[in-house]
Design a protein around this ligand. Structure first.
Ligand SMILES: [Zn+2]
Length: 152
């Protein structure tokens, strides 16, 4: 799942808890739960066969996603309810860390931790239902908006 819906879950968590460690743990838990829901982004880059091109295409999407997620946090800081900033940081880190870990393992080729990638991948296929990003992207936008509605 994109970082943006994960971030919206983190924002919501930060409105519920004040302890940064608790917020971090709940952030990780929210990531796992959201990843388990079939979310239709497994085949985003299937039309690109060249491995290098595929990587850069995915990198571009990830950059836009990260910028949107960042803007969301900024918007929340300016317009959202007042929360404990450490809890906010904990929740966002918790919600991001499962994907950051995965990226770091891939990028630095940390083969000793490759099992993590296998488990993270399994999480996405727990219901074994893949569908097109044509539905997946709007679905993730709806999830984000619902989380934001609960947050603000
Ligand atoms: Zn993930």
């Amino acid at each position: 799942m994109f970082l943006t819906p994960h971030t919206s879950a983190a924002l919501w968590i930060s409105t519920k808890v004040t302890d940064p460690i608790m917020a971090f743990i709940l952030g990780v838990v929210s990531h796992v739960i959201l990843d388990m829901i079939p979310h239709g982004d497994d085949h985003l880059a299937d039309h690109i066969t060249n491995k290098r091109d595929k990587f850069y295409y995915e990198l571009k999407i990830a950059t836009v996603d990260t910028i949107v997620a960042g803007l969301l946090i900024l918007f929340f800081l300016v317009n959202g309810p007042i929360v404990n900033n450490w809890a906010l940081l904990g929740a966002v880190l918790g919600a991001w860390v499962p994907d950051l870990t995965w990226l770091a393992i891939e990028y630095f080729k940390l083969n000793n931790f490759y099992n993590y990638i296998v488990y993270h991948g399994k999480l996405h296929n727990i219901f074994n239902w893949q569908y097109s990003p044509v539905y997946g992207v709007p679905f993730q936008i709806i999830v984000t908006l619902l989380m934001l509605k609960m947050t603000f």
